[in-house]
Ligand binder design. Sequence first.
Ligand code: PLP
Length: 410
Amino acid sequence: VTAEAAALDAQDALAPLRKLFKLNPATSYLDGNSLGALPLGVIDAVQRTVSGEWGDDLIASWNTHNWIDLPVTVGEKIAPLIGAQAGQVLCVDSISINLFKLLSTGLALRPERRVILTLSGDFPTDAYMAQGLAQLLGPDRCELRRVSADRLHTALDTDVAVLMLTQVNYRSGECYDMAALTRAAHEAGAVVLWDLAHSAGVVPLALDALGVDMAVGCGYKYFNGGPGAPAFVYLNRRHHDVVQQPLSGWLGHSQAFEFSPDYLPAPGVRAFQAGTPPIISMVALNAALDVFAHTSVAAIRDKSLALTEHFRELLQERGLLERLECLTPEEPERRGSQISLRHDQAWGMSQALIEAGVIVDFRAPDILRFGFAPLYNSFADAVRAADTLADIVREERYADARYSKRPAVT
Ligand SMILES: *Cc1c(COP(=O)(O)O)cnc(C)c1O
């Protein structure tokens, strides 16, 4: 570790939070943007739920342990982290499923329009779900249009019902201007749907203040809810009870336990629930979110920017920015919580880094991602990652024949 990194870690007010996580001290985990680390409190919470609640109290737990309320309880815990007043956030399903529900809602809110506009190069599931919806509704009712960022403003014409955007691009780590783009969508008469997968929990958000219409976000990335943790939906109060989302399942019914023959949606965002929630996963996410009570998203953002800034300087000092292309913008307000580097040997580099204890990931075809989770990453992690990458590049270890095969998940 350098003296500078040691000093930065010594001054870091968030440093004590690292011990709230189970982390292997022999590794630097820089993949919290893909799967957050395990908060120790989750272990006890899940153990209690599995053994004490499911094991001992069985079905009574739906009432006695408030399992039935968890989608709302966890949604309300997420709300202040994304700048939402109560009653607008529900923890439910996956981002993909929630996109389908919200895109349908957005089209129904603008019945005279049919276009879902988005940026090319965003995370594939967002466009895939829009394509599935377009196929279901037919070309008269729904069409997906994808444009590059420089064409977005001209593409926002009077056909656009929904502008669907991801705040931080998963590949480049570029952070888009939510205030300006939300305003542009509204000026064009469209509703805006933000995907917060790479920003919730690490970028301060003000959904209510900006008048955002709808949003989705991820439970297993910066919220550390564990593999397959449920996602969340945000629906601005002004759109509540206006149109019906199409996945009209029984637990989104206003009186689920009346078992009546016809669907009648629950009021507000609760109508976005369809079926039975995954209680064990939801308990894990609920406990994981308790870590945020020790700090603020603003403090997390400050540290995130300091970490990515420091890492970029270290790459520069080691001559690595001449060998690899940095895709992440330099301006702090345009930067998410990762640094992405492009190189045609990025896959081999990612594998050599992981073997050396620096856990990063690779995005096809040629991107190496270093994700910084300020709740548990240190400036020492940044130094180790930069030093290890410098060694790998100098020794050309990325070319090793062991790295010729790729597994199913990268
Ligand atoms: C991680 C991620 C998802 C994941 O979607 P799931 O349906 O929850 O698997 C979706 N969109 C973006 C932008 C992501 O980064």
